[in-house]
Each structure stands twice: as structure tokens, then as C-alpha cells.
Design a protein around this ligand. Structure first.
Ligand code: IVH
Length: 671
């Protein structure tokens, strides 16, 4: 079969499988087969880019690096909604509508007000053509590559009656479960936490690397459909049509014949909304008939035919019984408040987060206090205050421990950090255990048959203390065989899993080592850049810090880790066991010392390579990247849209300004 036809055939098949999987929850083929088809398509598209379709299923996995976001003007401005907080306001709204429609009968549609990021999607000839953020309402960022990573979004509309041109508006969001997962991971890695799912979604959409966006597992709900000329009589019909074209429409919307039905919907969802995958902060009420919407018209900022009802923030009052202290993988000690169970926002709350010692002091928390807890955009409720009127006389001030609750080592608080930490990295049981759990976890070594629970049990039994001990387990089979609830088959499985982990790629091993601040992305960058752990461990801090997207804090942490004899010994044992401590395959770029002694600043947007690729080209040929222009700088590499200040400064210091192509000309020719 010729490649063009095969590309088409594969694309069609994969589109179909994607739809089945993501919209109907049906796996028609095993994952492996899907991956094979995708790999085949990818290879064909690489070999014959002229036949690749822009909406190809390969675009879903991300990997396209956008250099910057172009701006686009919305065909119709993206308006906001008037807010109300009371039923009286709603009655007034209803009266205004009634008056505006001069006594004609009308009805409403009620929808959830999703707490995410507004997005406009243009479909042309059925294909997803462009995604633009709301921006200032008039112009927004074109984030098409990022939007394409949203797996529940059809890249092509289904059905014979999908219009040739349509703009779909809706909300991009991060499901709460994904947000929880990501934050848990970030906390474990000592990375800054994402504030709430909305910020997380908005941050993800701004990422330049769509592969990183794909990892944020965003979703979309459509809430408005705009077709040039008119297709629909009512908003509700347009929602039904959008769903029929394969667009994700939350099934929560409802037609309401009058204000009483609207109020019933609002009450019904006040608690039920917490069962949804997405945060919501109210209800949107829209006049259903589109002709009537036109008749009511707009004010400067918002339509007269719609309004948002906001629920009050869910808050409750309950008694603070105790504060316990958890020790994480990096030794951070986090207080958790134990409360008398109280219903709040759809769940029974028994625990609340208190971020750190400062917050305990700020709230002046005392055991036995009646405290207010709130669930805002965040998932875990937090204590927002104390009901001082109800403070029992015997209430005991909370004293943050001075010693580790697990190993009694005196706690330290490094300057500039909010958390107290247990410095006993080598001996503090919860830290050791969490590091083992991290090592075997899915994103690290992903050891089959050895989950967090089993490895924790092995740790408690003294069978393993560090990851390298796992590789000695095969010789300790008799010890394992005596254990309860661990059959021969399970032992076979977990030993096979441990053996197989020796083939896991270096970057994941590096991540698995649990070096503070080295998350998945950082591990990937370091592995790509240095290719072997030995070189990373020998690298000077300043050089580590110059690796794209690594930065000073991570560099310090890697250097510190590398100096410690215990870590060196651990690495030696892992190497002896046969764990991959080097990247496999050919290095991606020619490596030379051609640029040794030269320093570069990259500025602006480049045509042929991403900034990151250029940085790698420079450093892998011995050059250094710095951030600021000084008279010692060798070259300023200027892309498009470089700021005039940089240019002036470089001219002032007589630093040569070169283009991307001139930089490439400095490099050795790749063979
Ligand atoms: S309709 C003119 N429907 O709320 C009407 N908006 O203040 C425009 N939002 O930024 C929007 N859920 O992103 C509509 N079901 C829903 C919505 C919704 C959330 C957001 C929207 C916009 C803001 C309006």
C-alpha cells in the first residue's frame, strides 16, 4: 500500500479507537496494539511529512514545541457574566428578562459554572483548527497545539450534519483527581505545589512544550456553540447538537420552564456538585431561545440574557482535637489537624491542612478550639480561623515539635523555607520508606508486583532499607517465603519485576533516586544533557544550573546529593546490580569542545530550533549559557522579537549579536 493511503487508513483507525476509548470507554484493541499503530503512523509521517494531516492522532501525544503564542482576535468578544449571590437578585433578573421580552413566553437553561479557563475552539470543515484563550475578551493567545492534547476533545467532528464552520466555547479544566495526583507527586519531589485546579489548568495551557501539557491531563466542557448564519432555534438544541458531534458537554445542564425550576436546580446541585470531576462555583442561567437572547442584547461587559448564581463558599465549624505531624520523603514535617467529623461540601471532613508552623502561630490554634474550616477551590479543607468566643479555658496552645515525631532528631528550618525538616535522611524511617515507595512507583522504576504497600512492609520487616537492597532480594528468597500473605507466585512476580527494572531507562532511574527538586522533567533534562549518572555526579554546580530548565536550586541539590558518601555507595551498588545509570542509544547531537570558553545569551524566538534545542547545542559543544548581558559575554544570539533593551546593552558592551544561523555556523558539521 502506498504511504499516503496507509497514513490515511491508520489515522482513521486511530481516530476511531480514540473516540471509542475516551468517549465511550471501550477498548477495542489492547493498549499495545494501539501503541504499535500509533508508532507506525508516527514513523510514516516522519518519512513523508507531506502526507501528514494536521489533525493526525499523533498530535495528541504532544511533543510539538511552540515557540510563542500568536494572538488572535475573537470574532465575537468573549463576554463575562453578571454575578449574583441571592435568590432575590435572581428574581430581579427574571423580572428584567420578562420585561425585555414584553410578555412573550420564555424558558431557561441551567448549567454548572465550571471553574477553569475559558477557551474558544474553531472547527473548520469538521477539523479542530484553532484554540484561543479568552485573553482580554477581545484577543487571546492561540494555544492550538496545547488544546490538541485534551484527549476527550474530538479533533474531527462526527456525524453528517456537523457544520463546516463552527466556534465552540467552553471551559478547559483539570479534573480534581488529576490535580490531587500531580500535587502529591510535586510534594514528594519537593516541588512547589499548584494552588488549585484552575491555576493548574491555566498554567498548563501556557506551557510551551505540548508534551508537558499532555501530562497535565486537561479536559474540556463545551457550553456554547456559535455558527455563522443560524442553525439552531435554542441554546439547548445547540448543546444537544454539540454532544452529537462528539464534543464533551457536561450532562448536568437542564431546561427550566421558569424561575421556580431554576431555583430547584440550584438547590439540587448545591451539594451534588461536589461529586463532579471538576470544581464549580455556581450555576449559569441562560435564556434558552436564541432569538430572545438577541432581543435582550448585551451590556458593555455581559449579556442581559444570562447570569451566574454563585454558591457561598462552603464553610463549617467544628472542634480541633489534635494535630499530628507527617514526615515526607524529603523530611518536611507537615502538620495535619484532626477534627470532630463535620459535613462540608459533600464529604465528611475529619482532617484539615495547616500548612506549616507559621500558620499555627498566625491562627493561634489551641487544642480543643472551635475552628472554621473552608473548602474553596482547593480540595483539602483548611482551617481559616478560630471561634474565640467558644475557646474553652483549658484549650492548650499548639506547640510545633522541636524533634522529629518519627526519629526524635532535632528539627531544622533552613533559611527561607516554610517547613521544618528532619535532617536525619539516612535513619528516619518514614523518609527511607517514602524513598523506597518512590523508587518502585509507576513513574519511576514501575516495578511490577511490588507496590508501595509491599515495599513498605519489607521495610518494616528490615528486609530492605534503600533501593539497592531490592536487588539483593533474589538471594534472600527463603526470608520472603516465610511471610504471610505472600505466595510463591507473588514472590516470583516481584522478583521478576525487580529483574525487569534493570531495563528501565536512565532518566526514570534518575527520577527514582528521589533527589530533592529533581522531578520527572528535571531528570529527563539532566539525563539528556549528561547521559550518565557518573558525569552528573561530577558536574560543577554552575554547569548543572546552566542546563535548560534545571536552575540553581536543583543544581545545588544535585551537587549536594552527589557529594554524600552514602549516595555514592548506593549508586555503586545499583550499578553492580545492573540498573541503567547511562542513557542508551546514540547521543542526539554532535558533541565537541568547539565552543569551549565562549558564553552565550539567547533572546527572542528562533526559527529552526527551539530555545531549548539551541541551549543544548551550545552546551554540548562546550559553550556556556548565561542569563545576562555583560562585557564578558561572547555572543548574543538574537531571534525574532528580541527586546530593544537587550540589543542596546549588547551594542554598548560591544558584544557581537549573531543570528540563529550564524550560531549554527559556529558548530561542527554533524556527520
Ligand atoms: S457562558 C456570555 N456558561 O464563566 C456568556 N460561562 O463570567 C459567557 N463559565 O469566563 C459564558 N461555566 O469561562 C458560560 N456553563 C457556563 C460556564 C461559563 C463557566 C465561565 C466562562 C467565563 C465566565 C463568565
Amino acid at each position: 500500500m502506498n504511504p499516503q493511503a496507509r497514513i490515511q487508513e491508520l489515522a482513521q483507525r486511530l481516530h476511531h479507537l480514540n473516540t471509542q476509548y475516551y468517549q465511550h470507554d471501550v477498548s477495542e484493541v489492547p493498549d499495545q496494539e494501539f501503541d504499535q499503530l500509533l508508532a507506525e503512523l508516527n514513523a510514516l509521517e516522519k518519512a513523508h511529512p507531506e502526507f501528514a494531516q494536521p489533525n493526525s492522532p499523533t498530535q495528541r501525544v504532544g511533543g510539538t514545541v511552540t515557540k510563542q503564542f500568536a494572538q488572535a482576535t475573537h470574532r465575537y468578544p468573549m463576554l463575562s457574566l453578571g454575578n449574583t449571590y441571592s435568590e432575590d437578585d435572581l428574581r430581579e433578573f427574571d423580572e428584567r428578562v420578562q420585561k425585555g421580552l414584553e410578555g412573550a413566553p420564555y424558558g431557561y437553561v441551567c448549567e454548572q459554572k465550571f471553574d477553569g479557563v475559558a477557551m474558544s475552539l474553531a472547527y473548520e470543515n469538521g477539523d479542530l483548527h484553532q484554540g484561543v484563550t479568552r485573553g482580554d475578551g477581545t484577543r487571546g493567545d492561540v494555544v492550538t497545539a496545547n488544546v490538541r492534547t485534551i484527549r476527550t476533545l474530538p479533533l474531527h467532528l462526527h456525524g453528517p450534519d456537523a457544520p463546516s464552520e463552527v466556534e465552540v466555547r467552553g471551559e478547559v479544566f483539570m479534573p480534581n483527581s488529576v490535580f490531587d495526583d500531580l500535587n502529591q507527586e510535586r510534594e514528594q519531589n519537593g516541588e512547589a505545589l499548584l494552588a488549585n485546579p484552575r491555576n493548574a489548568a491555566s498554567g498548563a495551557l501556557k506551557l510551551q512544550d505540548s508534551a508537558a501539557v499532555a501530562a497535565r491531563r486537561l479536559r474540556f466542557y463545551a457550553y456554547s456553540v456559535l455558527t455563522p448564519g443560524r442553525h439552531f432555534g435554542s441554546h439547548s438544541e445547540s448543546l444537544e447538537a454539540a454532544a452529537a458531534w462528539g464534543l464533551p458537554v457536561s450532562p448536568t445542564w437542564r431546561r427550566c420552564a421558569n424561575l421556580e425550576e431554576v431555583l430547584a436546580y440550584i438547590h439540587e446541585w448545591e451539594q451534588k456538585r461536589f461529586t463532579l470531576p471538576v470544581n464549580t462555583d455556581g450555576i449559569v442561567i441562560k435564556v434558552d431561545n436564541l432569538r430572545q437572547q438577541d432581543q435582550l442584547g448585551l451590556t458593555a461587559k455581559s449579556p442581559r440574557w444570562a447570569i451566574a448564581y454563585k454558591y457561598p463558599t462552603a464553610a463549617a465549624r467544628t472542634r480541633l482535637r489534635e494535630i499530628i505531624y507527617n514526615v515526607g520523603r524529603t523530611g518536611a514535617v507537615t502538620p495535619v489537624a484532626l477534627l470532630d467529623p463535620v459535613p462540608l461540601a459533600g464529604t465528611t471532613v475529619k482532617r484539615a491542612s495547616v500548612h506549616n508552623a507559621n500558620q499555627i502561630a498566625m491562627l493561634d490554634l489551641r487544642l480543643g478550639d472551635m475552628v472554621f474550616v473552608e473548602k474553596g477551590g482547593e480540595i483539602i479543607p483548611k482551617i481559616t480561623g478560630v471561634d474565640l468566643a467558644e475557646r474553652p479555658t483549658e484549650a492548650v496552645p499548639v506547640r510545633f515539635p522541636t524533634e522529629c515525631p518519627a526519629c526524635a532528631t532535632p528539627l531544622v528550618r533552613p533559611e527561607g523555607e516554610a517547613h521544618f525538616r528532619c535532617p536525619n535522611e539516612r535513619g528516619c524511617p518514614p523518609q527511607l520508606k517514602a524513598r523506597l515507595e518512590h523508587y518502585v512507583s509507576r513513574k519511576a522504576l514501575n516495578i511490577d508486583g511490588l507496590g508501595a504497600e509491599t515495599v513498605g512492609r519489607f521495610f518494616d520487616l528490615g528486609l530492605v532499607k534503600t533501593p539497592a537492597d531490592l536487588y539483593d532480594l533474589a538471594q534472600r528468597r527463603p526470608d520472603l517465603e516465610g511471610l504471610e500473605r505472600l505466595g510463591t507466585k507473588s514472590i516470583d512476580n516481584l522478583l521478576a519485576g525487580i529483574e525487569k527494572s534493570k531495563t528501565v531507562a536512565f532518566e526514570r532511574v534518575l527520577f527514582g533516586l528521589g533527589i530533592r527538586y529533581v522531578g520527572e522533567g528535571g531528570a529527563q533534562r539532566l539525563a539528556q544533557h549528561y547521559r550518565t549518572l557518573a558525569v552528573i555526579m561530577a558536574a560543577p554546580t554552575a554547569e548543572l544550573a546552566a542546563v535548560p530548565d534545571v536552575g540553581g536550586i536543583t543544581a545545588d541539590s544535585v551537587a549536594l546529593w552527589s557529594q554524600q558518601p552514602e549516595n555514592q555507595e548506593e549508586v555503586r551498588r545499583l550499578a553492580e546490580a545492573g540498573v541503567a545509570l547511562e542513557a542508551s542509544g546514540e547521543p542526539p547531537l554532535a558533541v565537541s569542545d568547539r565552543l569551549a570558553g565562549l558564553t552565550f545569551v539567547l533572546s527572542g524566538v528562533f526559527e529552526n530550533y527551539s530555545r531549548e534545542q539551541l541551549q543544548t547545542l551550545i552546551t554540548s559543544n562546550g559553550g556556556k549559557i548565561t542569563g545576562s548581558i555583560s562585557k564578558k559575554l561572547s555572543y548574543l544570539v538574537a531571534g525574532d522579537n528580541m527586546g530593544p533593551a537587550k540589543r542596546e546593552k549588547a551594542v554598548g558592551f560591544k558584544v557581537p549579536i549573531i543570528s540563529e544561523n550564524e550560531l549554527l555556523a559556529l558548530l561542527p558539521v554533524a556527520e
